[in-house]
Design a protein. Structure first.
Length: 655
């Protein structure tokens, strides 16, 4: 039933955005959506029935309310996560001994399929760890290499298991074994995928598995994905992730249906093996040998004593089953063999806001040119190269060298000294100050065999950052900045200049910021009578050729950089092309420019329909500073082996 209501022309707290029917030439549907600028829901009656938008979906309805279900395993899982993040072996042991598997078995009665699968994987995790703690391995079905091999066979493909870019042995071998487990357990077609197979991994897995692995085409947009040894993938693939197995701390949130096996563990291979045990499976000697050798490669002998209880028990079990394996020394010799490794820098390389390469070697190598080239290629402020230098038998680490290579194209403002000081003081806390020396931008750690206690502090999971709440208008911003000498904000023309520079430099972090989905940013450009433009930095109105769009789609490469306006428009009925941006031209006597995001389309936008005095919750501006203050920080010791780096945010006031 529809009842009459009053519509307001002005935004206000608690009010939704509302659009009436669209053009009479097409059939439209009603859509409940979200408006980025106002941070409010919306009701749009003008969405064409043929429209295919990225975030357009349905909300299922039921004839009656489903019963409220009590799922015992969810309580046990929360308790376990709390314990594992505290890294207390004694408490973890007591917890698993107390578990009765019958109490936490997952039943399919009325459960969402996603929730059922997630909790089933949780069940396998908990039961596998209980088996290890109690050393109870009766009744397990043994899986052999023949059953492992089909996990990489390119038959019917439904689920892909994959690791991080530049995968190492832990990532690839974990993927292969997890795919095999899912095939055996669920009877579904599951395959492992990797973009490369290093020679050492080829030695571990054998030629047949590796040949199939290299022949496997990459996953497409319709495939489900299981991530191992990592918890991130390309942004456009995030919706495909259904499960994560990672031995690194996971601090970000995922949708409710993602099954996460998070363990502060030695390797992902151990986590996968625990899943085998919990699934009622075990390995024959050749298969156990593969997992064991991949685990050893991830390890460092001088730190083996610091493994958690579960890690030690899993490694002990694999060693017992395998009977023998390639020695750590032989594996390491293969790993650092220059003939097989043309670029050792990439053997164990990861990249976030900076690059980080770990190189295991018997002699120190200068990576200055390689690291600086990496900074330039990926437009990074910093690449860190950590070299672990072993003796000839690989049973002792002689020293570690941590070299910091900064990109001279980035402003320093105290960054170099802050990072160098933080790294050196962290090493001093962990290894002892008498084992650490600093020379230039290199930190060297000697005699690592005398490690101090490596039990880490508790880990706190942080919430995702929230969008800003401002409620300011263009008039507010220009009034605020009018007396400023050090602060301004980008005009439309300057925005495009910065954006194109970021694209050409492959500066992905800044490019992502310039297309942020959480807010709409004002641009310092005024349009008068839909044909005169003033970029406020010069204060002069000039005639501009502005093509009318109500709306249209544009490409950044069609922008006339002299004016900031597009020269070519595309039909708004093009769907699924992420290179297209939504664009509205000016529509009144005076407008200002904004850069925003259209939620339903998952599309960046340039909107000229905003007035000087419009205010919405998420309408803000990006301050630009002529200069910034030096970075201020403090390194705080916990009195043991760990430090906390406290960074004081720069107080970038309007000045």
């Amino acid at each position: 039933m529809v009842t009459s209501t009053k519509a307001s022309l002005l935004p206000a707290v608690g009010k939704w955005k509302f659009w009436t029917l669209g053009h009479p030439s097409y059939v439209a549907g009603a859509v409940r959506s979200f408006v980025t600028s106002s941070g409010t829901c919306s009701l749009d009656l003008g969405i064409p029935s043929f429209a295919k938008h990225a975030n357009l979906m349905i909300l299922e309805c039921y004839s009656k309310e489903p019963p409220s279900l009590v799922i015992p395993i969810e309580d046990f899982w929360c308790r376990y996560e709390h314990l594992t993040l505290r890294r207390n072996d004694d408490e973890i042991k007591k917890f698993f001994i107390s578990i009765d598997p019958e109490e936490i078995v997952v039943k399919d009665d009325g459960l969402d399929d996603f929730v059922f699968q997630k909790n089933t994987e949780r069940f396998y995790d908990l039961v596998g760890k209980k088996r290890l703690i109690e050393r109870c391995f009766d009744g397990l079905k043994t899986i052999n290499v023949v059953e492992i091999t089909p996990a990489t066979s390119p038959d019917t493909i439904t689920t892909y298991v994959t690791g991080h870019p530049n995968p190492d042995a832990d990532s690839i071998v974990s993927s292969v074994f997890e795919a095999a487990r899912r095939n055996v357990l669920y009877g579904t077609h599951c395959v492992a995928w990797s973009d490369r197979v290093p020679p050492t991994v080829a030695h571990i897995l054998g030629s047949k598995i590796c040949a199939n692995l290299l022949a496997m085409p990459k996953f497409g947009p319709t495939h489900d994905i299981v991530l191992v040894d990592c918890h991130s993938t390309e942004e456009e693939c995030e919706y495909q992730v259904k499960s994560i197995i990672d031995h690194h701390v996971i601090s970000q949130r995922f949708p409710y249906y993602v099954a996460i096996s998070q363990e502060i563990s030695w390797s992902s291979t151990i986590q996968v093996y625990i899943k085998y045990l919990g699934s009622g499976l075990d390995l024959d000697p050749p298969s156990a040998r593969m997992l064991l050798e991949a685990t050893l490669l991830e390890a460092e002998p001088h730190l083996m004593a610091k493994m958690s209880l579960l890690d030690k028990l899993a490694l002990e079990r694999l060693t017992l089953i395998a009977k023998w394996s390639t020695s750590y020394a032989d594996l390491m010799t293969r790993l650092i063999n220059e003939a097989n490794t043309p670029d050792p820098f990439m053997n164990d390389y990861k990249q976030t806001l900076y690059g980080f390469a770990v190189v295991k070697t018997r002699s120190l190598t200068c990576f200055k040119a390689r690291a600086e080239a990496n900074n330039t290629e990926n437009y990074l402020p910093l690449t860190i190269v950590k070299q672990v230098v072993y003796n000839s038998q690989f049973n002792t680490v002689l020293y570690e060298s941590i070299s910091l290579y900064f990109n001279g194209d980035f402003h320093d403002k105290g960054l170099k000294i802050a990072i160098l000081d933080s790294v050196s003081r962290a090493c001093q806390a962990f290894h002892g100050s008498n084992h650490v020396s600093v020379r230039g931008m290199e930190v060297k750690v000697l005699l690592l065999k005398s490690h101090r206690n490596a039990d880490g502090p508790s880990v706190t999971l942080r919430d995702q950052p929230t969008a800003p709440t401002t409620g300011i208008s263009f008039a507010d911003v220009t009034s605020l900045l009018s007396p400023a000498t050090n602060t301004s904000f980008l005009s439309l023309k300057q925005y495009w200049e910065v954006y194109k520079e970021c694209v050409s430099l492959k500066h992905r972090i800044m490019e992502h910021s310039l297309r942020n989905k959480q807010y709409v940013e004002l641009l310092d450009t005024v349009i008068r009578n839909q044909k005169e433009v003033m970029h406020s930095y010069d204060g002069v109105f000039r005639q501009a050729d502005i093509i009318e769009a109500r709306p249209a789609l544009i490409r950044p490469d069609s922008i006339d950089i002299r004016t900031g306006f597009p020269t070519i428009l595309n039909s708004p009925d093009n769907y699924g092309d992420p290179s297209l941006w939504r664009y509205w031209s000016p529509d009144r006597e005076e407008n200002v420019a904004t850069r925003g995001h259209i939620f339903i389309m998952n599309q960046t936008s340039i909107d000229m329909k905003i007035s000087r005095h419009d205010t919405t919750q998420n309408l803000t501006f990006r301050p630009s500073y002529h200069d910034i203050t030096d970075l201020k920080y403090d390194v705080l010791s916990d009195g043991g082996s760990w430090v906390t780096v406290k960074i004081f945010p720069r107080r970038l006031s309007i000045s």
